[in-house]
Design a protein around this ligand. Sequence first.
Ligand SMILES: [Ca+2]
Ligand SMILES: [Ca+2]
Ligand SMILES: [Ca+2]
Length: 222
Amino acid sequence: MKNALTLAVAIAAAAPAMAQVQITEWMYSGNSGEYIEFTNLGSGAVDFSGWVYDDDSRHATAAAGGFDLSAFGLVGAGESVLITEDDAGSFRANWGLAASIKVLGNYANNIGRGDEINLFDAGGNLVDRLAYGDQVFAGTIRTQTAGGTPVSIAALAPQSVMPGNWVLSSTTDAYGSVMAASGDVGNPGQFILAAVPEPETYAMLLAGLGVIGSIARRRRAR
Ligand SMILES: [Ca+2]
Ligand SMILES: [Ca+2]
Ligand SMILES: [Ca+2]
């Protein structure tokens, strides 16, 4: 799994205006219930108190009908959290999720084959949106019994799914996808980007820059 620093570096490089919390996976129809994943890509924790999710009804507060995400509390840097229409315990058991992965279940704002996922903060401001649908957006994925996974940080920036930006999970992919007991395939609870360099790569890059810097300083000193 990539560490928070790596994600923070990647998000800053790829999309400076992108929100820190992003929709990072969805399955609109699964044998073990639909689910949506949110990931904190920033370098600091985010307080989800008062935050809500809704589908294309776009209700921005719990009072208006959005699904209350307050119970997530503080979501740490690099942490991925989940909501599902299933009972949280059943969902967790089905996917074999670690106890540390936060899951909120039993939401009723179910998403369809073509729909929107909207995330609002405590002030009712839109944090992230993903509009999707294989019948609406030509050449895009249908996330039925297989989750949709972004191929890069940059793929997260558009507010609608785009061909190639999101791919269907498979058990042989590089995103950590697994098959649930129910037969669904996805990587709920973790955000892994195949294309992001490992932390060691950054260390090597930084070390390389340091060497270049010291050579430059020696040259100036002559
Ligand atoms: Ca559904
Ligand atoms: Ca996004
Ligand atoms: Ca995931």
